[in-house]
Design a protein around this ligand. Sequence first.
Ligand code: CMP
Length: 143
Amino acid sequence: MERTFLMVKPDGVQRNLVGEIVSRFERKGFQLVGAKLMHVSRELAEQHYAEHKERPFFGELVSFITSSPVFAMVWEGEDVIATARKMMGTTNPAEAAPGTIRGDYGVEMSRNIIHGSDSPESAKREIALFFSEDEALTYDKAV
Ligand code: CMP
């Protein structure tokens, strides 16, 4: 079964959107297997966003994600990586379709509420960066 890493960013936590976001993925039918409210250290932020290191917005990205707590999650389900990205909407909330998380709650590229892994390789890397093996659980879904 596929897993993905999702993270409500500081703006989403500050705006009390954690419950709303968790609820969307629960109602869709995905299974929450790991979750924690945490501060992201500068070192973790730089590792997580390593692919953007040369971009002009890298400094802003790192200082934003380390500015206040994030809600980090691991979700499991069939095709969860691509489906979660659809549910999040495009990176720029100004262009995201209504009905998506960013389309419904965001207006700024740098404050786009949620991060989600973009591929199986990213998911594996990001889950390992944020969660130890015993923090991401395995349990049967009864319903
Ligand atoms: P995320 O999915 O977390 O991955 C990288 C982040 O960089 C992205 O969401 C945006 O929040 C941010 N980002 C991408 N492009 C820009 C940009 N042009 N200016 C500022 N932030 C950006």
